[in-house]
Design a protein around this ligand. Structure first.
Ligand SMILES: Nc1ncnc2c1ncn2[C@@H]1O[C@H](COP(=O)(O)OP(=O)(O)OP(=O)(O)O)[C@@H](O)[C@H]1O
Ligand SMILES: [Mg+2]
Length: 218
């Protein structure tokens, strides 16, 4: 099954074409790396795949649903329930503890965190965050913050997690730890992963790599 199908996607900014008719599918259980030079359109493509940006032409389906057919409200709900997002700068909320941050997607979706206790405990163990759950994000190392952001993206059982340069702000040791975690999560839970990276080493953790150059796939 394909979790995300991108077909004929075009996007321009200020009359400059960034993506020219891109087509590919992300299959269930894939760990896809998207690479390309700075400015090649990687973040733009990820935004379109996650329903954050609209393409000028072409379509994106997530789990069989054409994103363009959704109202703003349904699109927001799809992003909240079926996708998980992780960014370069962790994006944890500084006034909430690590645990509160991780449970936030459930709270936003009016779900009871207690129903997710087993999953939460399992993921906390997997990400080795047990000792920092009651701490505030700014007291954590970068690697810990990014592991917390990944856990937050997974807590609500999304079909796909989308990551934009998840190790771009980490030293090489923490970057390796985060990539190993992603690879283990992909293998253990079969969660579909799409990551944007300009690191060759980072890209190699995926089971598939696509490269954008001059608006097209190499
Ligand atoms: N909202 C926008 N308005 C105008 N131009 C934009 C906008 N977003 C992106 N661009 C332009 O589109 C091009 C692709 O940007 P994008 O952020 O997708 O590149 P990227 O491959 O993610 O680069 P990087 O590796 O540096 O993050 C860039 O030239 C950028 O300036
Ligand atoms: Mg980018």
């Amino acid at each position: 099954m394909s979790d995300i199908v991108v077909s004929g996607v075009c996007k321009q900014f200020d009359g400059r074409e960034i993506l020219h008719s891109l087509s590919f599918a992300v299959n269930s259980g894939d760990f896809l790396s998207i690479t390309g030079e700075s400015g090649s359109g990687k973040s733009t493509l990820l935004g379109i795949m996650g329903g954050v940006l609209r393409p000028d032409a072409g379509s994106v389906t997530v789990g069989g649903t054409d994103i363009a057919s959704l109202s703003e409200k349904d699109l927001a709900k799809m992003r909240r329930t079926r996708l998980g997002f992780v960014y370069q700068f962790f994006n944890l909320i500084p006034t909430m503890t690590v645990k509160e941050n991780i449970l936030l997607p459930l709270v936003l979706d009016k779900k009871k965190p207690s129903d997710y206790k087993q999953k939460f405990d399992e993921l906390v163990e997997f990400t080795r965050l047990g000792s920092v759950l009651d701490s505030y994000p700014d007291t954590l190392s970068g690697g810990e913050q990014q592991r917390a952001a990944i856990l937050r993206a997974l807590i609500h059982d999304p079909e796909v997690i989308l990551l934009d340069e998840p190790t771009g702000n980490l030293d090489s040791e923490n970057a390796r730890a985060v990539m190993t975690l992603l690879s283990d999560l992909n293998k253990k839970y079969g969660v579909t992963i799409v990551q944007v990276t300009h690191s060759e080493q980072g890209a190699a953790y995926g089971n598939r790599v696509i490269t954008i150059k001059d608006g097209a796939l190499l």
